[in-house]
Design a protein. Structure first.
Length: 196
């Protein structure tokens, strides 16, 4: 509460302050030094209050992460096995359908060439299509498509989808680089406050 009252007082001084001469800079500098010390003290107090909670949250998160690891792995493994089985069944079905299609095409070509089919077509049995949804008394699994992407040629990506790396640019500008194509670089005055 003491910090807050001091902050209110300093805010009132700042609002009423007029800097019209070079002499007015001295009390303003003193106030900025007081403000900097007060900000630091308030931040330290905040951290002191929060530290036990943050440590408890960190410990709890770490404990639950360790506890959850086996169940997360069980989830991943089971999902992968279901999807692998479904893919295998899909590939088998596609191959069976391809065999039947080729046998039918061959029979149609023979019929066209000879006017008759000399051998039985003997289509293979096609396994049923995998259900998109499996429902039990305990729950339901369903298969759906997820769209994903990756960059294969950055130069071809539309410009409006390219993102500027602000952190990297800031480092270059602070290091003294004066020109980057497409970027305006300038200097503006700022104040640094050093307290004693």
């Amino acid at each position: 509460m003491v910090f807050y009252n001091e902050a209110i007082r300093l805010q009132k001084y700042a609002e009423e302050r007029s800097i019209a001469t070079a002499e007015d800079l001295k009390p303003a500098t003193d106030d900025l030094s007081i403000i900097a010390k007060l900000k630091k003290a308030m931040e330290e107090k905040r951290k002191t209050y929060l530290q036990p909670f943050q440590e408890h949250v960190k410990e709890t998160n770490e404990a639950y992460k360790a506890l959850m690891q086996p169940i997360e792995q069980a989830d991943i493994i089971t999902r992968q096995k279901i999807l692998a089985f479904q893919l295998k069944q899909k590939l088998i079905r596609e191959e069976q359908e391809k065999i039947n299609r080729l046998r039918m095409e061959a029979a149609q070509k023979e019929m066209k060439l000879r006017g008759e089919i000399t051998e039985s077509v003997n289509l293979v049995e096609v396994i049923p299509e995998m259900p998109k949804k499996v429902q039990t008394e305990l729950g339901t699994t369903s298969t759906f498509k997820v769209r994903k992407w990756e960059v294969i040629d950055f130069a071809l990506v539309p410009n409006d989808l390219k993102v500027v790396d602000a952190g990297k640019i800031t480092k270059l500008v602070k290091a003294g680089i004066s020109f980057i194509a497409g970027i305006h670089i300038w200097e503006e005055d700022s104040l640094r406050i050093n307290t004693k």
